[in-house]
Design a protein around this ligand. Structure first.
Ligand SMILES: Nc1ncnc2c1ncn2[C@@H]1O[C@H](COP(=O)(O)OP(=O)(O)OP(=O)(O)O)[C@@H](O)[C@H]1O
Length: 246
């Protein structure tokens, strides 16, 4: 007797989602100071990508290009989404002597859409309130930025980014200089944001944060020397090679 099996038709392989950011052949830097050279990479949507590398390797420059504040000298950057990225600069780059309350700081996140001089609408206030709540800083709303701890100030800056309502959040060293508890709080928050559909890219010197990311980009002297899962990128030899303490 011959038993005939129906040949199973192959299951359709789900297509990988389009990258949220696609970087091809990118060169960028500053007048008279080329930094990034021939960078090719893509940022997967709804993930956390850690950009790592030694001081001066070009992490902030890459974020600046993705944020649209540094113009590439060659190559292309394309976005798989319509919302402009929200950029959260290094905490040290934001003067802590500015006479701004936490609420005013977060409200500045609405300026891109509203402009600095127009009154905020009810929708703007709702976005600001939601961002402050999400970051656990509602009770600090009336406090001056300069009176806050490093972790609180960092959360105010992330809330400002969130208030922009973008699904692409670019953060420059969000946990640098924070105590482990404050850093962990931010790490948990970024994970929750990614789960809610935000694509997160963070430049970081924090090895724990890099290891917890979905993807890592390792820069050295402006070149992307490795990219992929953290366990593949952050090998002992790679970390020794870039003079990170392993
Ligand atoms: N505004 C600027 N004008 C000229 N050169 C700059 C400017 N900003 C950065 N650079 C230089 O570009 C190079 C890359 O700097 P970048 O800030 O991107 O590195 P990084 O990896 O983020 O460093 P770090 O870990 O210290 O923050 C460095 O050599 C730096 O000195």
């Amino acid at each position: 007797m011959t038993i005939m099996f129906n040949k199973a038709s192959p299951l359709p392989v789900p297509a990988a989602p389009a990258p949220r950011v696609l970087v091809s052949g990118l060169d960028a830097g500053y007048p008279g100071r080329p930094v990034l050279r021939h960078v090719d990479t893509e940022i997967r949507p709804f993930t956390i990508t850690a950009v790592v590398g030694p001081n001066g390797s070009g992490k902030s420059t890459l974020l600046g290009v993705m944020a649209g504040v540094i113009r590439p000298s060659a190559g292309e950057i394309t976005y798989g989404g319509s919302a402009a990225p929200a950029f959260v600069p290094q905490r040290g780059a934001v003067g802590d002597t500015l006479p701004l309350t936490v609420r005013q700081t977060v409200e500045m996140g609405r300026w891109a859409e509203r402009g600095p001089w127009r009154r905020l609408t009810r929708r703007d206030h709702a976005a600001v309130g939601t961002a402050m709540e999400r970051l656990g800083i509602t009770a600090l709303a009336a406090r001056q930025l300069g009176e806050l701890s490093g972790g609180q100030r960092q959360r105010a800056l992330i809330a400002q980014g969130l208030a922009q309502g973008s699904d692409l959040l670019l953060l420059d060293e969000p946990t640098t200089g924070l105590d482990p508890e404050a850093g962990e709080r931010i790490a948990v928050l970024l994970t929750a944001l990614a789960a809610d559909g935000v694509t997160v890219v963070q430049a970081t010197h924090d090895l724990a944060a890099a290891r917890a990311a979905d993807d890592c980009l390792l820069l050295q002297d402006g070149r992307l020397v490795s990219q992929g899962r953290p366990d593949v990128v952050l090998t002992t030899s790679a970390l020794t090679g870039i003079r990170y303490p392993a």
